[in-house]
Design a protein around this ligand. Sequence first.
Ligand code: BEZ
Length: 218
Amino acid sequence: MEQQGQINATQMPRIGDQAPDFKAMTTRGMIEFSEYNKGSWVILFSHPADFTPVCTTEMSAFAKLEDEFAKWNTKLMGLSIDSIHSHIAWVHNVKKNLGITMRFPIIADIDMKVAKLYGMLQPGESETAAVRAVYFIDPLGKIRLIMYYPLNIGRSMDEIWRVTKALQASDENGVAMPLNWKPGDKVIVPPPKTVEEMEEREKSDYEMVDFYLAKKDI
Ligand code: BEZ
């Protein structure tokens, strides 16, 4: 029997679902996801394969920003359908060639267990390699945003950064983020829900197009 907020292995997790828990071998040893996630945001991302060019550009970009993400209470976790030996050799190779160390754990999902659990394996794209998926999981273990990219297109680190900050600022301030929002920009105040709130809004100093589209600084 399926529990509310839980998904089975044949489903794709959706925004608002509880992140499926798992225990997996990583480049940092065995990790239970729910323990790793406790009290922190986690960005869980998959790449198609070790020792491939696009993946190397992406994973080294994550590695360079790992300390910056930590300042935003955000941990990183990678995954591919490769062995732990391949991961270790690739981490070593990237360090040797680029001087960049991937310190975050990378799951060795050789049996595809986690990839299937999260819908990272999308057979129309590849039956053996994970697509470029990114899951933003909040400190309560809820999936808040999902990105999927095909094998041949690298992700945008600027966008990954932007949504990391947008999700947190939205939670902290109870506001929504408009098109192309970035830190420092005005945010959208939720529309009024009562006549009193509507009257309050008319007296406010919000930047207002109409009552339903009002912006303020945070
Ligand atoms: C790459 O990372 O370069 C790559 C991986 C799998 C398929 C195509 C490109």
